[in-house]
Ligand binder design. Sequence first.
Ligand SMILES: [Zn+2]
Length: 258
Amino acid sequence: MEVDILEEKGKKMKFLLKDSKPQFANALRRTMIGKVPTMAVEEVDFINNTSGLFDEIIAHRIGMIPWSFPEDEYRTREKCECESEEGCPNCTVEMVLKKEREAFVKAKHIKPTDKKVEPENPGILIIKLLDGQELELEAKGVLGTGKEHAKFQAASASYKFLPEIKINGEEVDNIEEVASVAPEKVKDAEGVIEADEDIVYAMNKTVDIEEGDEIEYTEDDNSFIFTVESVSGLEPRYIVKEAVRIIKEEAEELENAL
Ligand SMILES: [Zn+2]
């Protein structure tokens, strides 16, 4: 198995997984989406709400805010030693929000007791308070997984098979780019196809091709181009690594059980 990072920028990462198996690629994709824990607010207690919105709507909006947090300092309640409904500082972050008078209340106004916990996007708008309105609440941030609720989803992740393209028997260099413009009839052709006017029109900006050239498109069933985009407070590279660790842990549990 071999990994090449093709692109890594902000919340997005693209990498090539070579000499693997479709089953593993799929397990990796599903684990990144559903099993990597992220932080979101799970409980909201309203102390005072004289705003124009119901408690439930505000609680829902707060619940959808993604948080960045020190990953190695928190665990899910399920795996926490406290085993309590209340939670403890290893599995739960207490947060408070208090605003009065006319104001745009944003994610950054929620104050977690742990300063290392921060909203991924401080500017997310929760509500606009009018003069004379008040909002005061306490909330609890916990770790959860996308499998439990979409608000905990770590990333959107997908993959495609690595394409291989030959023109007149010669492999092209910028395969990904060329593959992205190759018409369906090239991809569907079994083996070699002769380039016609349509094919040349679609592809000649990315590759040197003329009518009558022989073009062969295949896919490597054991190599995958992954695109991972974080939708949480986690970095994409961390999500990939954590997914691999989880797969390993599950395999070990199975081994031990046997
Ligand atoms: Zn705990």
